[in-house]
Design a protein around this ligand. Structure first.
Ligand SMILES: *Cc1c(COP(=O)(O)O)cnc(C)c1O
Length: 320
């Protein structure tokens, strides 16, 4: 299992490559929740999400071990992060995206100098393609969450936060495949075991909730949530045991609560976050986090939102 030392090593590797992201506060948010809220602002990370931490850590290790090309199967934040770090290290990246991939996302990958290959419409088609392209070209396939170097890289969010907010009582983390929260658990439960770590997941993509309840990895069929970074259908083989061992709780939020949180964050805190991050804010704003007068950190995991879709995320626009 990944340990604190792996996360510390990742932190060293990532120096000068990633931003130390700010922690923001909002008096209004404090008042609404009855706690002191600290917003760990990974939406201000390079490439617009924390995904760069894990991707950079994994790609740096792979290059040390002789990889001369990297591939990934993601049109989203992970694909952008892999393209970015490959260009920084001066090696090519091939990003396999679905045939119906959103043009804005493909443009972002290309802007980071990633080569885009279209393949099928499901991850069951894209992943083997990305693995195959890596295998043919002395390359390394970078998985989105289920890899020790990815988990260790994401864990640096936790270490950084403990430095910035040593008095933190609880951390609320959005969960998809579980790389981010597994990394944070690994770091935080070793360094400051009294800090509670709580997952936030959409009701419409409740695979981690069900897996914890059933005590085994449980896949779900559709994941039609607006939180597109959390649409994984099951937790990872490496991430899930870490959650089982350490997680203090999981909060499910409804789509309407995600939208309410998205609008609140935009209007009141002036932060442009993506719906996946709004899931963490929703866990707090909905009152489902049953805590009072505590120091609560929420991980704002990313800010890559398709502006053309934004209206869908805003429940209370003035009507004329
Ligand atoms: C990937 C992603 C997540 C979920 O991370 P996992 O490691 O898959 O749990 C949350 N928010 C954003 C913005 C993401 O891109």
């Amino acid at each position: 299992m990944v340990n604190l030392n792996d996360v510390k090593k990742a932190q060293q590797e990532l120096k000068g490559i990633i931003h130390q992201t700010p922690v923001l506060t909002s008096a209004l948010l404090d008042e609404k929740s009855g706690n002191r809220i600290y917003l760990k602002s990974e939406h201000l990370q390079k490439t617009g999400s924390f995904k760069l931490r894990g991707a950079a850590n994994a790609v740096i290790q792979a290059v040390k071990e002789g990889a001369r090309l990297v591939t990934a199967a993601s049109s989203g934040n992970h694909g952008q992060a892999v393209a970015y770090i490959a260009a920084e290290l001066g090696i090519p990246a091939i990003i396999v995206v679905p045939e119906d991939a959103n043009r804005a996302k493909v443009a972002a990958i290309k802007a980071y100098k990633g080569e885009v290959v279209y393949c099928g419409t499901t991850s069951a088609e894209r992943i083997p393609k990305a693995v195959q392209l890596a295998g043919e070209n002395n390359g390394f396939y970078v998985p989105p969450y289920d890899h020790p170097h990815i988990i260790a890289g994401q864990g640096t969010v936790g270490l950084e936060l403990l430095d910035q907010v040593p008095e933190v009582d609880a951390i609320v983390v959005p969960v998809g495949g579980g790389g981010l929260i597994a990394g944070i658990l690994t770091a935080v439960k070793a360094a400051q075991p009294n800090v509670k770590v709580i997952a936030a997941e959409p009701e419409f993509a409740n695979d981690t909730y069900l897996s914890l309840k059933n005590n085994r990895i449980t896949a779900i069929q559709g994941t039609a949530t607006i939180a597109d970074g959390l649409r994984t259908s099951q937790p990872g083989d490496l991430t899930f045991p870490i959650l089982q061992k350490h997680l203090d709780g999981i909060i499910l939020v409804a789509e309407e609560e995600i939208k309410e949180a998205f609008q609140f964050m935009a209007e009141r805190t002036k932060q442009l976050i993506e719906p996946s991050s709004a899931v963490a804010a929703a866990a707090i704003l909905s009152g489902k986090l049953e805590m009072a007068d505590k120091n609560i950190a929420a991980i704002l995991s990313g800010g890559n939102v398709d502006l053309r879709q934004m209206e869908l995320f805003l429940p209370h626009l003035p009507k004329d």
